[in-house]
Write a protein that binds this ligand. Structure first.
Ligand code: NDP
Length: 324
């Protein structure tokens, strides 16, 4: 069977993304075949493409999609043909019209959530879930700092944190992004080119924040540490500006006993029970209208290179999807 998909034969810029016809193998035990209706674009896809997170080549790309189950292996019990499902996980191959995938990692899409919304929300929303509920569990009246607050993870996390009662200070790069973040749960905004730590101390009467959620990495790591109050928690979860340099543990001591964690989503959804639990919490908030999903960019699957260019040049806000 043939299908269309993105393949890369070498690491590099968006130009290495090839849209081509590929052979879809027969299903292996435990797998389902999904026909995609919408595919989520995520910053991690750019790390896979550039080789920052290496994968054996040639490879597909993409970590999230929503669609319909077309066929299942004989031993699969958790989904059936015709089910509407969404998933996130490896191997990266969601940039495709159809694919085979581990059925245990498929999440049924509830009524009231479209394929496009599902593809725009699962990976980013589950990330917001574990960041705010597990990595540092936000409490009412906590001051927290959230980088890239108008981005995909950012707009979901700002709404969720505000719902949990936190005062969310968002960092963004443009006035338009500031407006968007303020409309989605942020109570204060700091512009990315300002002295973020200095501004945080001003906003918190010299105290600092309880936690920083930092997906920018290299450029912001030290200023994020400087924004924390004693015993504060630094959650460094992304590398939009490059990976964080090595640092001495004494940096945490001199800033009054800080904690640092470097989490990845996969560790929080490594059983079907945990995956479905997190997804349920997320879907409930979306269906109730507490978290709004902003699909602010859509591209045809064959135009994925342009989508990568726009994401990496900070032109996007909220979620981006690809349509096969
Ligand atoms: P975003 O939509 O947030 O896009 C990235 C944003 O980062 C940009 O819009 C930009 O916002 C900001 N940014 C700051 N500096 C740079 C830079 N030098 N280059 C590019 N962007 C920059 O992407 P996602 O929502 O897909 O992902 C957000 C982050 O979360 C990523 O770093 C990703 O790797 C990470 N992540 C980590 C996970 C984990 O489990 N560890 C899981 C999911 C995501 P602005 O212009 O406002 O500064």
């Amino acid at each position: 069977m043939k299908t269309n998909a993105i393949r890369i034969n070498e690491y590099g810029g968006p130009e290495v993304l090839n849209y081509c016809e590929i052979d879809l193998p027969d299903l292996k035990p435990g797998e389902a075949r999904i026909r995609h209706n919408a595919i989520g674009l995520n910053f991690i896809d750019t790390y896979h493409r550039s080789g920052l997170y290496p994968m054996p080549l040639p490879t597909g790309l993409g970590s999230e999609a929503a669609g319909v189950v077309e066929e299942i292996a004989d031993d699969v019990k958790v989904v059936k043909v015709g089910d509407r499902v969404v998933y996130t996980g490896r191997p990266a191959d969601s940039y495709s019209e159809q694919r085979n995938f581990d059925a245990n990692q498929l999440v049924p899409i509830p009524d009231g959530i479209s394929f496009e919304q599902a593809a725009a929300l699962l990976l980013k929303g589950l990330t917001a879930w574990y960041l705010l509920r597990k990595s540092y569990a936000v409490k009412t009246n906590d001051d927290i700092l959230l980088h890239a607050a108008a981005g995909g993870v950012g707009l979901i996390a700002s709404q969720w944190a505000s719902h949990l009662g936190a005062n969310v200070v968002g960092v963004v790069s443009t006035p338009e992004k500031a407006e968007l973040a303020l409309a989605h749960g942020c109570s204060e905004i700091i512009m990315a080119d300002e002295d973020v730590a200095e501004k945080v101390l001003k906003l918190t009467n010299g105290k600092g924040v309880s936690a920083v959620y930092d997906s920018i990495g290299k450029n912001t790591f030290i200023s994020s540490l400087n924004s924390l109050k004693p015993h504060g928690v630094m959650v460094t979860f992304g590398n939009a500006s490059g990976p964080v340099d090595a640092f001495a543990p004494s940096e945490l001591a001199s800033r009054h006993s800080l904690y640092v964690t470097r989490p990845i989503l996969a560790d929080f959804i490594n059983t079907r029970e945990k995956l479905l639990h997190g997804a349920q919490e997320l879907f409930d908030l979306v269906v109730q209208g507490i978290i709004k999903i902003n699909i602010n960019q859509k591209y045809a699957l064959k135009d994925t290179a342009q989508a990568h260019r726009d994401l990496e040049s900070r032109k996007t806000t909220g979620s981006t999807i690809l349509i096969p």
